[in-house]
Design a protein around this ligand. Structure first.
Ligand code: TXA
Ligand code: MG
Length: 346
């Protein structure tokens, strides 16, 4: 049985949050909203509680977790050293969708870091998340509150669809503002390294740091289309997804061409497209629209809901239209490439 708390996203009920915070302190799992996606929280200093997160999600134990704090001063209690790059970034972008990877202190459990000598730390801007963490009085370890491999949850209903009965409670504050996860940047390298594009954009990182490296794993995945590798599939809907990456005009032709081929082959087809392309999709196709391709923030906010919308639809294949990589578009394309397992047409 999973307790359900409905709170206001700006002025959450203090008594409900206090109850949820007490559950966290007792070692229980509590899902809670952040400005990015819903997180699955546990006491980040209690290895047994953290291990429950991995069980509930079916997550591989070597994939480390982010520790969430409510006050920037707490970073120094988790980090063995705070490099100048991390200091500059958190001054600009905390509270917010930014996670910094720093050297860890000895008391941070291996269960959190996957045995690494570093720890990922984030101070969310969501008032509900911050008040919950503050009341709990501990760093809260929290991955996205989905079953491993599924699209991240942006509503409490998404959380319950994956985890109902497996967690002590969920706090519902309505849909998340940003809709894709935080930016993860490794500040332990001489030039900070972008590990995951997210809510704080590449452009915003460059504005503070001047220069950053991009994890070759991100770049490689982008330039070298891989065969449908299950190993890389993330954020994925149930049916196989193919991503179309091209300039808007060419992409329309490619997408409609592929859809028609699949329809001719007798397949039931789904499409994930921009508002600009929606009317060009044949009527037989189950179409989900993510918004205007000119508004990457809107696309980000809708992305996981659109991916999850195919859960209860019996489609054989899905085709998705890519968008430009400016601003939040970089994070959107990173998630779409992973959801496609790198089945990409250009
Ligand atoms: O927006 C978010 O970051 C959400 C909300 C709940 O805060 N959380 C989230 O957590 O997306 P998760 O576990 O789904 O993603 C954490 C990412 C993973 O890609 C993980 O590999 C990476 O951060 N990570 C965590 N600790 C790390 C470390 N010490 N070194 C490198 N990467 C790390
Ligand atoms: Mg996740």
């Amino acid at each position: 049985y999973t307790k359900y708390y409905r709170v206001d996203p700006v002025c959450p009920d203090a008594a409900m949050l206090a109850e949820a915070a007490a559950l966290l302190r007792q070692g229980e799992l509590v899902a809670f909203p952040t400005e990015t996606v819903y997180g699955l929280g546990a006491n980040g200093l209690d290895a047994a509680a953290v291990k429950r997160i991995f069980q509930a999600k079916g997550r591989p134990a070597d994939n480390p977790l982010i520790l969430h704090i409510a006050d920037a001063d707490k970073l120094a209690e988790l980090a063995a050293a705070v490099p100048a790059s991390a200091r500059a970034l958190v001054e600009c972008y905390w509270p917010g969708p930014l996670t910094v990877v720093v050297e860890r202190q000895g008391h941070v459990p291996d269960a959190v870091t996957g045995g690494l000598n570093t720890v990922a730390v984030r101070l969310p801007s969501s008032p509900v998340a911050r008040e919950l963490i503050r009341l709990a009085g501990i760093p809260v370890a929290a991955p996205s509150a989905n079953t491993s491999g599924r699209p991240s949850p942006t509503t409490a209903q998404d959380v319950l669809a994956d985890l109902e009965g497996k967690i002590a409670a969920v706090i519902d504050a309505g849909p998340c503002d940003i809709g894709v996860e935080s930016t993860v940047i490794d500040c332990t390298t001489p030039v900070p390294t972008l590990l995951r594009p997210g809510g704080i954009t590449y452009e915003m990182l460059i504005a503070v740091l001047g220069d950053i490296e991009v994890d070759p794993a991100l770049d490689g995945a982008k330039t070298v289309p891989k065969s449908p590798g299950m190993k890389y599939t993330h954020y994925a809907p149930a049916a196989p997804l193919t991503l179309i990456e091209a300039e808007p005009v060419r992409s329309a032709g490619l997408l409609i061409g592929e859809i028609n081929k699949a329809l001719t082959a007798g397949k039931t087809v789904g499409a994930i497209v921009s508002a600009e392309l929606a009317d060009s999709v044949p009527p037989a196709v189950m179409t989900a629209v993510y918004g205007s391709r000119a508004d990457a923030a809107a696309v980000a906010a809708n992305l996981y809901t659109v991916l999850r919308s195919f859960d209860d639809k019996a489609v054989d294949v899905i085709y998705a239209e890519g968008i430009a990589e400016q601003g939040l578009g970089l994070a959107v394309m990173n998630r779409l490439r992973k959801a496609a397992g790198y089945r990409i047409l250009r």
